[in-house]
Design a protein. Structure first.
Length: 160
């Protein structure tokens, strides 16, 4: 009886592992790295635009800068960079410097790229603080985002 139980338990564990591998293989997400934002700035010191934009070329980067007031002074994102890679420029304000935001994953749903984020919020208390601005540049492979037509944010909140 104990041998049968062990066999069934082992078979169950193997089945769960196999299902996990197959489920994760479908839309496991897009690999990304966080790019250097040091070469990006804005003209207004205390005003930053809200941006969620997929940039696939130098022309698109220049257009983004003209439309949003963002200034890019770097050399990394040039023609040769965009031959294989693309960037997602994500700029936004949060109500307090006591909050932080983490980029969890990038997923594709049809022709939409979803940026999954977690916003960490203080547990309790009354806090008066100034608005904070965050600027991310997410670097991805061109092949992973070839069919993407729009970008959207999915945000969940967690207490610190």
């Amino acid at each position: 009886m104990a041998k049968k139980f062990k066999k069934l338990l082992l078979l169950g564990v193997m089945l769960i592992m196999a299902l996990g591998l197959f489920a994760c293989g479908k839309n496991a997400g897009i690999q990304f790295t966080i790019g250097d934002v040091g070469d990006f700035s804005t003209e207004a010191l205390y005003e930053h635009p809200t941006i969620t934009k997929l940039v696939k070329s130098v022309d698109e980067l220049q257009q983004l800068c003209v439309e949003s007031g963002v200034i890019y002074t770097g050399e990394k994102y040039d023609e040769s960079y965009f031959n294989e890679k693309a960037v997602i420029v994500y700029s936004f304000a949060i109500p307090s410097t006591m909050m932080s935001v983490q980029i969890d994953s990038l997923k594709v749903d049809s022709k939409t790229l979803i940026i999954n984020t977690t916003r960490f919020v203080p547990k309790s208390g009354i806090w008066i603080d100034v608005e904070a601005y965050r600027f991310y540049v997410l670097e991805v492979n061109q092949g992973d985002i070839a069919q993407i037509e729009k970008v959207q944010i999915s945000q969940k909140d967690k207490n610190k």
